[in-house]
Design a protein. Sequence first.
Length: 757
Amino acid sequence: MSDLIFDGLNAEQKRAVETVDGPVLILAGAGSGKTRALTHRIAYLIERGVEPWQILAVTFTNKAANEMKNRITNLLKLSDPNQKQLPVMGTFHSVCVRILRRDIEHIGRNRDFVIYDKDDQERLMKEVLREMNIDVKELKPRTALAHIGRFKNEALSAEEVSAQATTDWMGRVVKIYNRYQALLRQHNALDFDDLILESVRLFREVPAVLERYQNTWRYLNVDEYQDTNHAQYLLISLLAEKHRNLCVIGDPDQSIYAFRGADIRNILEFQREYKQAASIKLERNYRSTQQILDAADCIIAKNPGRPQKKMWTERVDGEKIIVQETGDEKAEAREAVQSVMDRMAHGIRLNEQVVLYRTNAQSRLFEEACMKASVPYRILGGVKFYARAEVKDIVAYLHAIHNPQDALALLRIINVPSRKIGETTIAKIQAWCSAEQIDLWTALTQIDGMQEIPEPTRNRIAEFVALIRKFRDKRSHMHVGELTKELLEEIKMEAWVKDDTTEGESRWQNIGELLTVMQKYQGLTPEESFVSFLEEVALVSEVDKLDTMQSEALTLMTLHLCKGLEFKHVIIAGCEEGIFPHSNALFDTEQLEEERRLMYVGMTRAKDILCLLFARSRSLWGSVQANDMSRFLDDLPPELVERKSDDVMSGVLWKFSSSEPRIGARSATGAGRVEKRSKLQPYRQHADLSIEFNQDALSRDDMNQDIGNDLAEGSRIRHPVFGEGTVTSKRGDIVDVQFDSGEKKRFALSIAPLEVM
DNA sequence: CGTCAAGCCCTTTTT
DNA sequence: GGGCTTGACG
């Protein structure tokens, strides 16, 4: 056994490495050397004679997987990291794609499926709703997709949901779900959730295939287990059933993805599930100062029901946490960039600094402040590169070339650049498709049979079909990059995209960047390059891109994206009630707990310096509002904090917020109220006015506001006259209720005496 | 068929 | 303040 494997590991980490047989639960706090333990564990397995291909490691991002691959390569002194000497490592989604590309035909689907992103999903859903004559104002595509996503995260098929559907409304959702799946199938497409779900289905329905994978992957490792959803849990359980060598690693305090179905119980109940599981806690922190750890602990300690855990470090010489107050959101951004520059002057490189915020919308402020101060920056998230229209257009061409069954891709590009094939023509063709029961591509290839389309238009369609066919033929002998270059020339994309504006210029640059990405695949065969590229487009995460962005720059990103990363200097902006915690979470205990975990994750990214910022007033959606400072700041012990402010008046808010008890159990502000307030009283620009406003906050309509926040479609309510019923729709203050008596009524929440059950 | 202007509803968070 | 849909017009 090489010394390297155990070199520099503490006792607990060693246990985590050596305990390889049977189920293992590793509770690993922030900065506890978790990735290190995991990589050494895998290297240890391999040194003990386990074949690399018998090991599966599921990580949260591709970046984490790549990092681990590199580290293992070094540990084992492998010569060529690209060789098959490494285990399969990747995200749930990429592992499932791998499984499905190989075996999905066992459950009657085509292995050339495309993966639909959020954008594609929405388009498809719009089509479903239009077909079913449902007004998109009544049921938004996103809402419908959110419901379906919930079902899929719970691994429920439409049939299974249908069995539980008791209300009309649920019945309708099931119909939508069914139709949506049918269309996906018709397009030979899977959405993100399907990747997991179809893998589970494959394993359940074809035991022989499951057994093959069980016998291959005998040692299973799952990182960030606190963020797995039920479908992922099922997948792992099925794989682990036979050999039971399952190691899960995570930190319940860092569970921040409940909104996409993550179920914290998976990790909390692991030991109940696997009774003989070994349990290992990594509590020593190698990242942060004691001050940062203590502060973070004060935040997370307020969450109930966590396993006992106390992080510690030998770094007791740290700075205090800086809490900085500014006048408004612009001053906040200036302050953030200023403090970045100050630290830069003291030798902290830009790459070691980060600004974190709750919502993507906040990024623009920091972007502008950086530009003004000439500080190079990079933004993660927001308008994603692969989601940009011009990039998606080119990708859609490739999809259409690869898989003409992909109707969505065809529709996207049939008139890009303009071929004078407009909506009326498309509508005619689609009508023809459903009448004749043929798919779009077939219809296009037989366009001459459609007399109701004028001949010139038919000719243009035929030209389009010829174009796609021509490039289909090129796939086998041209690399994806060359093929795309030729395509761009052929369709005269440059002229179409450029319009003498700077936006046009940047659109063309984005396409250039796409060509750069394609170069990565030069080493592969033409066919492989094509498929690998499309896969990357579908599955890269935002954080994955940090790898390729080596230049010296300040990073701007959302709090959700920062998990797993670390920086010397961390700035968390917008620490205000209604911003962070987010307004939608203010009146929901579970969501507040998650916001708290999010704060905990953000704070524990910091190695040396942590700055928390809030603004006394902030303009949002075009009007100005004053928020209380975040309740999380109240939880910081004064002796750990250095307060700063840009205003002499500032003491007021501080004093009020930290020395007086809060009004009631919950904050009196929050955007739920604020939104209302800003309409009634648009200008509340100063902290003192805001306080005044807060004091009369417990009015009658406060109660109704609470009800408004507790209510959603499907909520059960009680009315003194009509009895009990179910909310069928909610639009602002207005709700429709289907009472159990059969009556339907419409109410204004601000007036009606409704009670949530 | 394409463009432009007015009006709409917003915004969590992401693989 | 912004992105998207809708409706009128060239």
